[in-house]
Design a binder for this molecule. Structure first.
Ligand code: TRH
Length: 363
């Protein structure tokens, strides 16, 4: 029988908090669980998840959780968002057994993830005294919590018709043209990217954001005859996934689109969420180390150079003044690598399945 899950999400900025939380809520509900998705700012769900929520999934206002008398069997706080103390107190009072309390952490390929996944944090004071909070780290290896992967995703992708999907947007790939998506934070290297893309026939699909203003301005200043572009509206989350499946190369960012680009099995470039303390640099390198560990040295070097350039980061061994040049490596070779990487990821148990197992062990 399905359990009751309380999933808490606080929107810090952008769409990753709600994107990851919603995707998890949706996946759990689709697997027969009953989920309440507590969120402080649900505005992005209007376009990310239009229409009524799926069966088993309720969207609830964060502030309403303060007076909510019922506590589920599993409580998840996403990205260390602090739960309302009144709710935690009710968790501590839940009889006969308190809920399984999990903190779903940020995704990283750094070595601390395998060490920290599953660690307990007993609560010795405060509203939750006597409770235990457990850390749950998503990741790319068997000793982590894995990645979100809906059971039907690969089958849906296998029967996906990219050209028909593009046609729904009124777009048609021209002979020999590559299709590239761009979902990015404001990036000073955008003009260089347009230059690199314009070296071959390219259709660039630009997601909402600053780039939708910058691309036409930059192309006006430096016309690139081989490059045409299209401004995309906000897509629902399932349609966003299809966008990534439809393209030959995806520029993604943050956390959720980064994961979805890997499931798309297509070459991709990750713009990591920049952190003021520079912690994003080692995080980017750690992922590249893992992702490229089976790649041939030459293309691996080219992809590293491109990723560092797009992120405004340098190889620590390079002259600090010298910016890496932004150029695109061979996409055919990269396509083979993307599929091999995806095969590796499929060998890791997906995040929801791991959560379900954990919840059955403890409830
Ligand atoms: O928006 P992001 O940059 O989100 C973040 C946040 O900055 C967050 O604070 C940070 O902690 C995290 O990254 C690492 O990128 P992300 O994670 O890819 O989230 C975007 C979500 O928006 C993802 O679920 C896909 C979705 N999306 C759509 O559904 N339709 C669209 O048209 C677009 C452009 C995105």
């Amino acid at each position: 029988m399905g359990l009751r899950w309380d999933l808490f999400c606080q929107v810090i900025d952008n769409f990753g908090d709600v994107g990851v939380g919603w995707r998890l809520a949706r996946d759990l509900a689709a697997r027969g669980e009953t989920v309440r998705f507590w969120i402080d700012d649900p505005s992005a769900l209007q376009w990310m998840a239009p229409g009524a929520p799926p069966a088993g999934l309720a969207i609830r206002r964060w502030s309403d959780s303060l007076d909510e008398p019922e506590v589920g069997d599993v409580v998840i706080e996403t990205f260390g968002c602090e739960l309302p103390q009144a709710f935690v107190a009710r968790m501590a009072g839940r009889r006969p057994q308190p809920p399984l309390w999990l903190n779903l952490e940020y995704l990283s390929a750094e070595p601390y993830v395998e060490r920290s996944h599953g660690l307990n944090s007993p609560q010795f004071s405060g509203a939750g005294q006597g409770l235990n909070k457990q850390f749950f780290y998503p990741g790319f290896t068997a000793r982590t919590g894995g990645l979100l992967r809906e059971p039907q995703m690969l089958a849906e992708q296998a029967s996906f018709d990219a050209e028909a999907w593009l046609a729904k947007l009124g777009l048609q790939r021209r002979a020999g043209e590559r299709v590239v998506s761009l979902f990015a934070y404001p990036n000073p290297r955008l003009n260089e990217l347009l230059q690199a893309l314009g070296e071959q026939a390219t259709l660039l699909l630009v997601c909402p954001g600053a780039a939708q203003q910058q691309v036409p301005a930059l192309l006006k200043a430096s016309p690139r005859p081989n490059l045409r572009w299209h401004a995309l509206p906000y897509l629902s989350q399932p349609e966003f996934d299809r966008l990534l499946w439809a393209c030959d190369l995806n520029f993604v960012r943050g956390e959720d689109s980064f994961v979805r680009a890997q499931w798309a099995g297509k070459p991709f470039v990750w713009q990591i969420y920049p952190q003021a303390d520079g912690a994003h640099g080692p995080k980017l390198e750690a992922f590249m180390d893992l992702w490229l560990s089976q790649a041939k040295p030459e293309p691996a070097g080219q992809w590293r150079t491109l990723w560092r350039a797009w992120n405004g980061l340098q190889d620590a061994r390079q002259d600090a003044q010298q910016d890496a040049r932004l150029s695109l490596p061979d996409l055919h070779q990269a396509q083979t690598h993307a599929l091999a990487w995806r095969e590796h990821l499929v060998s890791v148990e997906d995040l929801s399945s791991q959560l379900l197992k954990l919840s059955r062990k403890t409830s």
